[in-house]
Design a protein around this ligand. Structure first.
Ligand code: SAH
Length: 250
């Protein structure tokens, strides 16, 4: 797709690839009532792997960090080496659409701001087959947070992410795909602003200078600025909801 190289350049120099922060990763992890001492974890669409490192620290287990963009995995593994976690994190450069792990492999499947690339229900369905019996899955998903979202917000959300649902719709999907809900919460606005959009604005300023005169690049950056504008104005109506669930026997 034209413009992808600019997107990768922008995200490559940011701290993470989507809204999130360590606090919410920890909060979701702490909702899980019990895991084996040495859990085997899959992190789908790990990107720079802020949450991968956190998971390795908190769980004491092994994590497969899966992303289809190799440079992100390189960034992650450099940090993993610095933190002495490289023997417990295995980078796998693969599309989430082509995951070929054996069924029943993982104790925990994680995905922050990424599962939408295969679709929320499709991702849950696939995750369920890869989980051991009673395994857990934790996913953050872009969600409509309020019934009172004004029309322009609904139009914007549906245009940007056509399958977007409200919290209730996602909870129904979770049940329908064979999981028990363990808990859920909304990411706070600092996960969007301080940890994602503010670093993005700094990078946009730099890249807009670098690509002055390049209409394709500037058009793309303009779209990102619009996304930030929409969140600042309407972020109380949509956001990321973190869902933690357990595989249920059929
Ligand atoms: N979980 C990270 C990154 C979220 S951004 C964080 O919260 O910071 C979404 C990530 O999904 C990007 O790293 C992107 O490279 C990855 N991605 C997009 N499509 C993918 C696919 N088909 N297979 C695997 N990874 C994909």
């Amino acid at each position: 797709m034209e413009g992808m190289e600019y997107l990768y350049e922008l995200f490559g120099s940011m701290p993470r690839g989507g809204p999130g922060n360590k606090r919410s990763t920890r909060r979701a992890f702490e909702l899980i009532p019990a895991l084996p001492g040495d859990p085997f974890i899959l992190d789908i669409g790990c990107g720079h792997g802020v949450q991968t490192l956190e998971l390795a620290h908190m769980s004491g287990g092994r994590v497969i960090a899966l992303d289809n963009h190799h440079p992100f995995l390189d960034i992650l593994m450099e940090k993993a080496r610095e933190e002495g976690l490289d023997d417990r994190i295995e980078p796998v450069c693969m599309s989430m659409l082509e995951m070929d792990f054996e069924e029943g492999t993982f104790d925990l499947i994680w995905s922050e701001g990424a599962l939408y690339n295969m679709g929320f229900p499709e991702g849950l369905r696939k995750g369920r087959t890869l989980l051991k019996e009673d395994g857990y899955m934790a996913v953050s998903e872009l969600t409509i947070l309020s019934k009172d979202a004004p029309d322009p917000v609904m139009e914007y959300c549906k245009r940007e992410y056509p399958p977007i649902r409200d919290v209730q719709g996602n909870l129904e999907m979770i049940r329908a795909e064979g999981f028990h809900l363990v808990g859920h919460f909304t990411l706070d606005s600092s996960a969007w602003l301080e940890c994602f959009y503010e670093p993005m604005e700094k990078e946009l300023e730099r890249l807009e200078g670098k690509y002055r005169g390049n209409e394709t690049a500037l058009g793309f950056f303009e779209e990102m600025r619009n996304e930030i504008y929409m969140y600042r104005k309407y972020g109380q109506f949509y956001g990321y909801e973190f869902f933690v669930m357990q595989k249920r026997g059929r």
